[in-house]
Ligand binder design. Structure first.
Ligand SMILES: NC(=O)c1ccc[n+]([C@@H]2O[C@H](COP(=O)([O-])OP(=O)(O)OC[C@H]3O[C@@H](n4cnc5c(N)ncnc54)[C@H](OP(=O)(O)O)[C@@H]3O)[C@@H](O)[C@H]2O)c1
Length: 327
């Protein structure tokens, strides 16, 4: 089959021939129609985020496509989407039956490919780890990112108020249109006083953070008593100079770090089933929307990566996997 291959010397991506997906990866064989970019792809490409043991070395943490070989409830011809530990930038993938989600009829493959990684990440962190409840407030950093746009919508559906940070007016407008209650320009000054002001001095119940070290002190200052800081990325740096543990005790704060990709298969299948029950009816009715920034032919993968590198995207950057016959 063909896949996007990484030239280890030049770090350039190009489409080339490779082996069919490993049978041990799962019983359901899927012809991939679309995949989507994630920040992790940029890191993996630079050698900074190796795939977990047993995962495909090919980039791509999600895909949407058509079942070619079924198993369990899945039959050839079914339209499915799934989270992957790797291998999405390819013509075919194998997945365990428990990882597949049926694509609602209303969604295209390009829209469906924009769902698994960011929506499952947001769902895991807001509800399972974060335990957010209706009436609470969450601060979502990088609100216009793939994960951010998913988190704003999931929070809205659960009755959770969101405050976001984002780096441009277009991004802040997009967040507000998705249901964010407040959008802060983090480039205009510290966000913590704005969060305090927006919550009547109380602070937020949960922070979903991708920025890390530069936000550390302001994040702690933005949390309410019993608040949770959930760290899922360190785009701005990972090392904090000092930590006064007294803050954690006095204000009963919790700090959680997590990664979706390395979770055991059983936990990912359980998360997928739980998320599908909550979200698929809402995608079918249009209450939840995959936020697609742009769609690129997979021949244009370099340009698609450059768009994410430049922080230009609002929502997901999608790659259409063509077999040449469409051209
Ligand atoms: N742990 C997990 O399980 C997991 C799973 C999925 C994703 N993630 C992480 O979640 C984060 C978002 O991923 P994504 O694919 O949704 O990203 P994305 O769509 O590429 O958006 C990232 C946005 O973050 C903002 N940003 C980048 N560097 C920044 C910095 N140094 N300080 C402040 N803001 C910065 C930029 O928006 P502005 O213009 O607003 O600055 C950028 O557009 C990444 O860190 C990714 O690794 C973690």
């Amino acid at each position: 089959m063909r896949a996007v291959l990484l030239d280890e010397k030049t770090k350039m991506l190009r489409i080339g021939e490779t082996e069919e997906p490993d049978r041990s990866a799962g019983d359901v064989l899927v012809r991939v129609k679309a995949t989507a970019l994630n920040r992790a792809d940029l890191l993996q490409r630079r050698g900074l985020y190796p795939p977990p043991p047993g995962a495909s070395p090919i980039l791509g943490l999600e895909m949407a496509g058509v079942v070619e070989e079924g198993s369990g409830p899945w039959k050839p011809g079914d339209r499915v989407m799934a989270l992957l530990p790797g291998g999405g930038y390819a013509e075919r993938v194998r997945i365990p039956a428990g990882m597949a989600m049926r694509i609602p009829d209303a969604l295209s493959f390009e829209e469906a490919a924009a769902i698994p990684e960011v929506f499952l990440t947001a769902y895991l962190n807001l509800f399972r780890l974060g335990g957010l409840k209706s009436g609470q407030t969450a601060l979502i950093h990088a609100g216009a990112s793939g994960v951010g746009t998913a988190a704003i919508q999931l929070a809205r559906e659960a009755g959770v108020r969101t405050i976001v940070t984002a780096g441009s007016q277009a991004k802040r407008d997009a967040c507000l249109a998705l249901g964010a209650g407040e959008a802060i320009d983090y480039k205009a000054g510290p966000f913590a006083p704005r969060v305090r002001e927006a919550t009547g001095g109380r602070g937020v119940d949960l922070i979903l953070d991708f920025v890390g070290a530069p936000y550390w002190e302001q994040n702690l200052a933005s949390l309410a008593i019993d608040g949770k800081l959930i760290i899922v990325g360190t785009m701005g740096g990972a090392k904090v100079p000092e930590l006064d543990l007294g803050h954690l005790l006095a204000r009963r704060l919790q700090i959680i770090g997590t990664a979706l990709r390395t979770q055991p298969k059983e936990r990912k299948e359980e998360l997928t089933a739980d998320f599908a029950a909550f979200a698929l009816p809402r995608f079918a009715s249009g209450k939840l929307k995959p936020i697609v920034d742009s769609v690129w032919d997979w021949n244009e993968v370099e340009a698609a990566h450059a768009r994410m590198e430049s922080n230009a995207n609002i929502g997901k950057i999608v790659l259409r996997i063509t077999d040449g016959s469409e051209e």
